[in-house]
Write a protein that binds this ligand. Structure first.
Ligand SMILES: *Cc1c(COP(=O)(O)O)cnc(C)c1O
Ligand code: SF4
Length: 398
């Protein structure tokens, strides 16, 4: 049946008074989307309103790039209505649109020789039978789910997130992971990540955190990495805050890449989290065309500290299959650091890091300000003013 015939048939069946089956709660009308109040309903209901393809979101945004459906073979699309409201209606280069809407550049990225599904070698460092990545001394990354509130196109874990069926993390994986942590007394830091751990209902999160606290009393530091507060701030509820407080989760790291993602709703919900007694950190990814700009980064980091969120890491973009077009060269990363350090509050400056190919781990990227050169100690400040401090040379001390 061709499309016109299908439309005619649908119209005539509506005219017959047959009930229309509403499969989706999505907004296909811009006015309806903009009139929607994300605080008016439960956060879980909003997940049912997410856009799943560029075709769908083109109902509420203009100039949406057309991509082949095969794009979603590599990585799904999901966008919450709250994020869609923040996206510029017309500008395809809106920093929020670029993070979430697929692009033709993804297929170029997939063809590049150096892009990898698991560039960081996490699979190799995963403890067999669990979803725990044990790479560093004393601390583990515990992947708890493969789902997220919305999918970021550059995601470093796109090999496991989205496509829930095949790679899902099940109950058995969670049990085995907790048993591993419980059985290894040297692990004193557990970082819950995914996917997004805050997608779990409060009751399940309560159980999971409770089991870690109870079965692994040697864990001193419990942290959660989640982007849900930024994608769906109403996920932060008094009930969630009570769970965080009950299990003394000492740190929640969120993920903001641009000040445009900071809204009054996000601010007010983060304040609730802070009152639960947890430190808030922010992990950003350096993304070409989105935040590879000194002014953008200065504003982002200062806007974070203004909300009581400490910028923690700024990551170089990993060479995932679909996301290589976001990569900023190292030389530019160093320049950006120089444009931030000294120019804004010290606590607002995160550590810039590159995560090493094949599992080498995180490495700081910091320009050198104090150097030994030709028998002198050469120092320069953020303004390029210089001084020699030769008393720091080996053997110059009393
Ligand atoms: C980033 C990361 C951690 C945590 O590292 P910190 O520098 O302590 O924040 C732990 N495990 C893995 C595999 C990681 O990638
Ligand atoms: S929220 Fe995090 S894990 Fe999920 S898609 Fe975005 S970057 Fe990946």
């Amino acid at each position: 049946m061709n499309i016109v015939a299908a439309q005619v048939r649908q119209r005539s069946s509506e005219a017959d008074g047959e009930p229309r089956i509403i499969k989706s709660r999505k907004f296909y009308d811009r006015d309806a989307l903009m009139a929607y109040d994300p605080e008016s309903e439960d956060w879980q209901k909003q997940l049912a309103r997410r856009y799943d393809t560029h075709f769908e979101i083109a109902h509420v945004l203009n100039n949406v790039e057309d991509v082949p459906m095969s794009t979603y073979d590599t990585f799904d699309m999901k966008v919450t209505p709250y994020l869609a409201q923040l996206m510029d209606r017309d500008d395809p280069n809106c920093p929020i649109r670029l993070q979430y809407l697929p692009s033709m550049k993804e297929s170029l990225s997939v063809q590049m020789a150096h892009t990898l599904a698991d560039e960081l070698g996490e699979a190799e460092d995963t403890v067999p039978g669990t979803s725990v990545v044990h790479r560093y001394p004393r601390r583990v990354l515990f992947l708890t789910t493969t789902q997220c509130g919305s999918f970021c196109r550059y995601c470093t874990r796109s090999r496991i997130v989205s496509h829930s069926g095949e790679r899902a993390i099940g109950r058995a994986d969670l049990d085995a992971s907790i048993a591993y942590i419980a059985g290894n007394a040297e692990i004193d830091d557990v970082l819950l990540s995914g996917g997004d751990p805050l997608l779990f209902p409060d009751r399940k999160l309560d159980q999971l955190l409770g089991r870690i606290r109870c079965e692994a009393p040697h864990v001193k530091f419990l942290r959660i990495g989640s982007r849900l507060p930024v994608q769906l701030p109403t996920r932060i509820t008094p009930e969630l805050c009570a769970v965080i407080e009950k299990h003394d989760v000492q740190m929640v790291n969120i993920h903001i890449n641009h000040s445009k993602e900071i809204t009054p709703l996000l601010r007010s919900r983060l304040k609730m989290l802070r009152k639960a007694g947890t430190m808030l950190g922010n992990q950003s990814v350096l993304l070409k065309g989105i935040n590879d700009d000194v002014r953008v980064l200065r504003d982002l980091f200062m806007d974070c500290v203004a909300m009581g969120v400490r910028p923690y890491y700024l990551y170089q973009n990993d060479q995932t299959l679909q996301g290589a077009h976001f990569t900023v060269p190292l030389s530019r990363m160093l320049e950006l650091y120089e444009g931030v350090r000294g120019w804004i509050s010290g606590p607002a400056v995160p550590t810039f890091v590159v995560d090493g190919l094949g599992g080498l781990g995180k490495m700081p990227v910091i320009p050198s300000y104090v150097e030994e050169r030709e028998g002198h100690i050469e120092c320069r400040n953020y303004r390029q003013e210089r001084v020699r401090m030769d008393y720091l040379l080996d053997g110059a001390q009393i």
